[in-house]
Design a protein around this ligand. Structure first.
Ligand code: ADP
Length: 583
């Protein structure tokens, strides 16, 4: 996997590249945007100037055209020719001049004698000298339309048209029309840009800026290469000039436009384009950062997942090993338990043999006694047969049968007692098991002068256990009671069965022996604990008995007996209570 450091470094480089690109492209865009808007603005400026120029040219030439034709028309009119005939009627001429000037709106209309003196004019005070209009009258005298821009004595700027009045080919006078430009300038004043007319000498003749009028243009503006700067009031503005020649008048009409908006336009264009690129650059930068964070996060997640996977693998291996060792341990335990069970079984067997050893003298007496009695009965029977006392013989044979049955029962008990016990747990009835144990232990008790009391109840529930193992428990308890009572020659043992409220069955063995001292009470169930003399006991009876009872789900407890000795209670589960518990 690529290291985090490498990823970060590549992204740093990418971010740097984005920054550089943003600045370079931003600068180019700012320049281009500025240029573009400037060109747009310039085009608009040009269009506006051209429109202004066209309109104002039209306005100017329209006015001049209107008055241009007036002198030739008047010069050919008979009434006007008549004015110059003879001495000339000055009053009539004056009237005519006023009429024409009034109708045409000209500044003045004058009828001049061939030498230039005024015959009559609409405005007597029109301050213009013969000298001033020499060029005008010369052209007129030559038969051309005289044209001349004039500045009157009182400073009015007018344009004069003049045409010679002839009788035949003889010049008899001039008709002159003077045009005022106030109306033209009034229309120009609507334009925000300076509009002006320069005459042949470079003087501003007409302008919508009053302060420019009759000033040399060079004093108002300076041209430095392409750049033109002009003065308006106190400020000097950058401008561009658009002009048109008015050849008829030998004038030039100019429109100056303020170029400052071009600078603002290029500034706005540059700023907008630059900002747009800057924004795109910032977006790109953010995108690169976001992508870097995403890749790093994915990388972190992946390595975390790998770590987790490794951890799981390790844990799984450890668990497998633990499992293996556990199952090995379980096997070993099972084998050990198997060995233990075998040892226990052998111990149980040993316990039984020990009990049998203890009882053997009494048991052999138990067999010998009926055998001797059978012998006696059979001898008697022979004699009684000889005396033909058949009834007595039958009686003897019956006793013999009874004794044989008793011996057979005892032998059966012995046989089953000495047999290896099974391992199964099944429902058994306790009373016959106690009967069997008593059959084996009673001879010994009798021999010691001990009375065993046993009254089996009728309706006791079956318990869970094994017949031979339970009879071994009772044999052991009764033998211990006999041992405890000892050889004092008399004694009492009470074996009883009872059932508690929960359905558990208690088998009690009470004796009137010395009982178990408090200090030994906790030890009696421990293996190899004995208070008996060497050869009399090895201390495994109670431990085996309690093991057997525990296997059946019961327990043995030691109490003090009402008879004065010890009381051992064997608690066993009844079949019913066990079934209920299972349910
Ligand atoms: P053992 O009979 O070989 O000594 P047990 O395990 O049967 O082994 O008994 C252990 C001890 O418990 C006996 O040595 C005895 O001290 C005591 N004991 C058992 N039963 C009685 C009893 N009924 N009365 C007094 N002590 C008893």
């Amino acid at each position: 996997m690529v290291s985090g450091y490498t990823i970060r470094r590549s992204f740093r480089q990418l971010q740097l590249a984005v920054l550089l690109l943003t600045f370079v492209v931003g600068a180019a865009a700012a320049y281009g945007g500025g240029l573009f808007l400037r060109m747009q603005a310039e085009r608009q400026l040009q269009v506006r100037a051209a429109e202004t120029l066209a309109v104002q040219t039209e306005a100017l030439t329209g006015i001049l055209d209107k008055y241009r034709l007036l002198p030739p028309l008047l010069a050919h009119e008979d009434s006007v020719i008549a004015l110059f005939e003879g001495s000339g009627d000055a009053a009539e001429a004056k009237r005519k001049a006023i009429e024409v000037s009034g109708m045409s709106g000209a500044e003045d209309v004058a009828f001049l004698r061939p030498d230039g003196s005024v015959l009559a004019s609409a405005d007597y005070d029109f301050p213009i000298s013969h000298e001033q209009q020499r060029a005008l009258l010369d052209a007129s005298a030559q038969g051309r339309l005289g044209r001349q821009a004039l500045i009157t004595g009182d400073g009015r700027r007018v344009y004069a048209f003049a045409f010679g009045v002839r009788r035949g080919s003889r010049l008899i006078g001039h008709v002159a029309v003077y045009v005022n430009f106030d109306a033209v300038e009034a229309t120009w004043s609507l334009s925000p840009d300076p509009v002006y007319v320069i005459d042949r000498t470079g003087t501003v003749f007409l302008s919508n800026r009053p302060e420019w009028r009759l000033q040399p243009f060079s004093s108002l503006a300076s041209v430095n290469g392409e750049a033109l700067r002009y003065r308006v009031g106190d400020s000097v503005l950058p401008g561009s000039d658009l002009s048109r020649d008015l050849t008829l008048l030998d004038w030039q009409l100019h429109v100056l436009t303020d170029r400052r908006p071009l600078f603002s336009a290029s500034l706005v264009g540059g700023v907008i384009a630059g900002l747009v690129v800057l924004l795109i650059g910032a977006g790109l930068f953010a995108l690169v950062q976001w992508r870097e964070a995403q890749i790093l996060r994915m990388r972190r997640d992946r390595s975390a997942a790998l770590r987790l996977e490794r951890l799981v693998r390790e844990r799984t291996r450890a668990l497998r090993e633990t499992n293996l060792s556990l199952s090995q341990e379980i096997d070993e335990r099972r084998q050990a338990e198997e060995r233990l069970r075998k040892a226990q079984a052998e111990l149980v067997q040993a316990g039984k043999l020990a009990a049998l050893g203890q009882m053997s003298a009494a048991l052999s007496h138990e067999f010998n006694q009926p055998l001797a009695a059978i012998r006696t009965y059979s001898d008697n029977s022979v004699r009684l047969l000889e005396k033909d006392r058949i009834d007595s013989v039958r009686d003897n044979l019956g006793r013999i049968t009874g004794l044989v049955d008793r011996m057979a029962g005892l032998s059966r008990s012995l046989l089953s007692f000495s047999r290896k016990p099974g391992t199964s747990v099944k429902p058994v009835t306790l009373a016959p098991i106690v009967d069997e144990a008593l059959m084996l232990t009673k001879p010994r008790a009798n021999k010691a002068g001990i009375v065993i009391e046993w009254n089996p109840p009728d309706d006791l529930p079956q318990v869970l256990g094994g017949r031979i193992r339970l009879s071994q428990v009772f044999v052991n308890l009764i033998n211990n009671a006999v041992d405890a009572i000892g050889d004092r020659g008399h004694g009492r043992i009470v074996v009883s069965l009872s059932c508690d409220d929960e359905g558990n069955v208690a088998a009690c063995v009470d004796d009137d022996g010395p009982g178990v001292s408090d200090e030994n009470a906790d030890s009696v169930f421990e293996p190899f604990f004995t208070t008996k003399s060497v050869g009399s006991g090895i201390g495994i009876g109670l431990s085996i008995a309690s093991g057997i009872v525990r296997d059946f789900g019961g327990r043995i407890s030691l109490e003090k007996s009402a008879l004065g000795g010890a009381r051992f209670v064997v608690w066993l589960q009844s079949v019913d209570s066990q079934r209920e518990a299972a349910e």
